[in-house]
Write a protein that binds this ligand. Structure first.
Ligand code: HH2
Length: 279
């Protein structure tokens, strides 16, 4: 059964009717694929507007790279990077902004300046204040599975249990039941075999009864399979996006918005029927 509709500041997401596209906007010097390109707030805002033009349903602004080996960033520096961009972009576009952070202080400051969702790659477990901030602002939250070591006895079972625990943390803090989106965390504490298996078995996350977000975009698994550098992973990303949709994804987090919005629309026509409801 489809998850209930999600109202994000007046924009309603009807999960099940189509796949939604979350655009990546990294305001970092070291993100694995777009690091350094949008450090200047002006360039970041211009890129945000371009992503909106290309069809983004959400724009995910991040100020700290989470790629393996990236240098951790203190909250002060993360705030310095993201706040000017969130503040200006929120005024310049109607597309809801999410803040990609696991720090409550960064999330709260971004929410005050116009962000409308929180994307936490540590599933509300890294900062004890995070769930409370999400609840206080009444915003939706993406809880992602993550762990340090790529070691599993039962891959999907362990991801499911960890996501259940993240959902429980959100609910215990008072986050509305219909405001929690789950994400298996491709590339986070997972090797290539794990990532491929997660994509293949994504539909198993449906038992959680939440919208599913997945972020395969340009990731290392694609590089491993195809033997291609990060700037040549468009087709690999497209294959993952289409198959994720067939397996039950509701939202895809991508860098190449125009191309992946087309891939999603085509995959939706096959998976969800044609013509789309409401057209
Ligand atoms: N992947 C990245 C960052 N944030 N958030 C969610 N919910 N799901 C993901 O799969 C995910 C995420 C990593 O990608 P990117 O932002 O491009 O790189 P970096 O972490 O190097 O900035």
């Amino acid at each position: 059964m489809a998850s209930p509709p999600l109202d994000v500041d007046g924009r309603v997401f009807h999960f099940g009717s189509r796949t939604y596209v979350m655009a990546v906007l990294n305001v970092t010097p070291d993100s694995f694929s777009d690091g350094g390109r949008y450090l200047d707030p002006e360039a970041a805002v211009a890129q945000g507007l371009e992503l909106a033009r290309q069809g983004a349903d959400l724009i995910d602004v991040g100020g700290e790279s989470t790629r393996p080996g990236a240098t951790p960033v203190p909250a002060r520096e993360e705030l310095r990077r993201v706040l000017p961009v969130v503040e200006r972009l929120a005024r310049a576009t109607d597309v809801p902004l999410s803040i990609d952070t696991y720090k409550a202080e960064v999330a709260e400051a971004a929410l005050r300046r116009g962000a409308r969702l929180v994307n936490d790659v540590w599933g509300l477990a890294a900062d004890p204040g995070m769930a409370r901030v999400v609840a206080r602002y009444g915003v939706p939250v993406i809880v992602m599975h993550n762990q340090r070591e790529a070691v599993y006895g039962d891959l999907m079972g362990e991801i499911l249990r960890a996501l259940e625990a993240a959902v429980a943390r959100a609910r215990a803090a008072g986050v509305g039941d219909d405001r929690i989106i789950v994400d298996p965390g491709l590339g986070f504490g997972k090797d290539t075999g794990h990532n491929l298996e997660v994509l293949r078995r994504l539909g198993e996350l449906r038992v959680l009864g939440r919208p599913i977000l997945v972020g395969p975009s340009r990731k290392r698994t694609i590089g491993h399979v195809l033997g291609l550098p990060v700037d040549q992973r468009l087709e690999g990303t497209a294959a993952c996006v289409a198959l994720a949709i067939a397996a039950g994804a509701d939202v895809v987090r991508v860098h190449d918005v125009e191309a992946m919005a087309r891939v999603a629309r085509m995959a939706d026509a096959v998976v969800r029927g044609w013509p789309p409801a409401g057209e």
